[in-house]
Write a protein that binds this ligand. Sequence first.
Ligand code: 5GP
Length: 204
Amino acid sequence: MREKGLLIVLSGPSGVGKGTVRKALFSQPDTAFEYSISMTTRLPRDGEVDGIDYFFKTRNEFETLIEEGKLLEYAEFVGNYYGTPVDYVRQTIESGRDVFLEIEVQGAKQVREKFPEGLFIFLAPPSLSELESRIVNRGTESEETIRRRMKAAKDEIELMDLYDYVVENDHVDTACERIKSIVTAEHCRRDRVSARYKKMLEAE
Ligand code: 5GP
């Protein structure tokens, strides 16, 4: 029997750099996880490509996916829906590969309920002022959106307790190394590997 892959969830406040860390991780040749591309009703930003950055959907299409139970989790964030396709996640895990989700905290909470054995990593900002300047410097958001994102970020930091690990995003490369080390350690956890060794002994 093949061992299942890990469900790795990277979450944390808006603007903390989840997307940047995820992109850096997936640009490294030794990263062995599969990225689960999310669905969203948000419009593409400049340079974003359907099927690579997100699957861009209309609200109607998204609500049909919800009704049909096609999403592992979903959340409405700053006026748009975001969600994770359940079939891709299940198939990847069943095939023994690790799947990586980069999602906001409400969604992470739902995944925790459905998949308590997942690996939940909270990406934390070095400080709140640093977080605000990152959102402002992105230059893509209106003042009202920045205000709403900062409010959401403060509420989100309080949800840290739901996670197994906290990684400070002081430098992107350091954060990536920490995440990979956590995943490596997680693969060695006794409760994840003991079944394999029991089988080995039985086969003797
Ligand atoms: P953005 O609009 O900046 O791409 O993403 C906004 C927020 O939605 C980010 O915090 C991002 O991590 C989160 N997000 C992206 N995909 C998903 C998803 O599938 N589910 C949930 N719950 N959040 C997501």
